[in-house]
Design a protein around this ligand. Sequence first.
Ligand SMILES: Nc1ncnc2c1ncn2[C@@H]1O[C@H](COP(=O)(O)OP(=O)(O)O)[C@@H](O)[C@H]1O
Ligand SMILES: [Mg+2]
Length: 244
Amino acid sequence: MIELRNVSLKYGEKEILKKVSLTVKDNTIKAILGPSGVGKSTILKLMLGLIKPNSGQVIVDGTDITGMKESALYAIRRKMGMVFQGNALFDSLTISQNLGFFLRENMKLPEEEISQRVAEQIQFAGLEGYEDQLPESLSGGMRRRVAIGRAMIFKPHMILFDEPTAGLDPVSSKKILSLISSLRHNNNLGAVIVTHIIDDVFNVADSVAVLYQGEMIFDDVTEKLHESNHQFIRSILSDKILEL
Ligand SMILES: Nc1ncnc2c1ncn2[C@@H]1O[C@H](COP(=O)(O)OP(=O)(O)O)[C@@H](O)[C@H]1O
Ligand SMILES: [Mg+2]
């Protein structure tokens, strides 16, 4: 459903992505693994059409979005939920208000439908009892679950996660990863998970693309990672966590 074809991107003179190709199939979980600063968040921005490549194409559901106007991109983005690295919650809104915000402001759904969808996500994300709290009173893991619920509330086909376990303790990380796994089983959703943590990949990803120095050095089913002879992949498998 999402494809990058020979995508190259520079920020100023700095070459970030060099002819990167990648396919994310429906109903699968794809990890994009790479060290900090390699261009992982940039790939998510390309998938959402927030930035354009210097060359190559980004295809979503068979449509080339590379040259699309902002107005046409709205419909494309609606198919994709996004969970940002810092969660991007509204500090002054309660958990329920955070969950319902975009349904209310952008989609202008009736209040009844908003309440129903908010209640579904409260239950799904395990946030019962916290509906009227502010984000600051929740743990890091719970805030991440609110961000996931808020992305899910649109009923997207695909959900994009930027470093979903970064900054979380091991128990919270496990909970987030099992929530991500359950998305696919319960909702037939596909997902892209950008991460620099190898355990995330082995825990949830069907396939993994490894980005190193601007290039995709691996793109296959997760189990095959162990068969790679690439020095960088060998080193991350032995160290478990990538160098920052
Ligand atoms: N808007 C921007 N302008 C200039 N450089 C940027 C911009 N966004 C990111 N970069 C640079 O591009 C590289 C890749 O960034 P990013 O995609 O955020 O990496 P990652 O998510 O893998 O840590 C980094 O070196 C970063 O400093
Ligand atoms: Mg990033």
